[in-house]
Design a protein around this ligand. Sequence first.
Ligand code: 5GP
Ligand code: MG
Ligand code: MG
Length: 196
Amino acid sequence: DLEGLVVDEADMRADLEKVLIPEEELQAKIRELAAEIDRDYEGRDLLLVGVLKGAVMVMADLARALHTPISMDWMAVSSYGSGTKSSGVVRILKDLDADIMGRDVLIVEDIVDSGLTLSWLRSNLESRGPASLEVCTLLRKPDAAKIEVGVKYIGFDIPNEFVIGYGLDYSERYRNLPFVGTLAPHVYGGSGEQEA
Ligand code: 5GP
Ligand code: MG
Ligand code: MG
């Protein structure tokens, strides 16, 4: 019922510390990225590869803002790490449906932190012989900015804080917030294997 929904939404927002990127700024940036991608891929067919589950919101909004003809495919990967740090040891939970040989491929990511997951993904897809392979990420953290992970399209460089919302989760929650924010310290507990 509607009353229950309103209470749940209030609960979710009570867990927040602050809004880092408001909805309007996210949407404006997605439109900018789409315009850039449209220019770069003019006259070509593009395969967008979304990395589940975090990239669902970026994928949905970016795909709708593009004029370039696109197909969508999805991969789910899991990286082992201690706590919230990833190790670069990656396992494929769901592989692509499509053969990407000879295709123009654009990986769509929510966030690049250490860059370990992405560099693994990049070389995995590169070995399948795409015509081109680029990366678009909505968010990038300072560690990733320091190393060369080959991200062509970047939405926002953000501080080294754990963020949630707009696809990003903490224990599978908060993905449906329409903005990117940080959680109040009281919300945090431990975590193990992290799904991207
Ligand atoms: P990386 O391998 O670049 O360190 O990050 C791998 C994955 O960790 C990302 O795809 C994302 O799922 C998760 N991650 C990294 N930083 C954050 C963050 O600030 N918030 C959330 N919710 N997930 C993050
Ligand atoms: Mg996660
Ligand atoms: Mg991701």
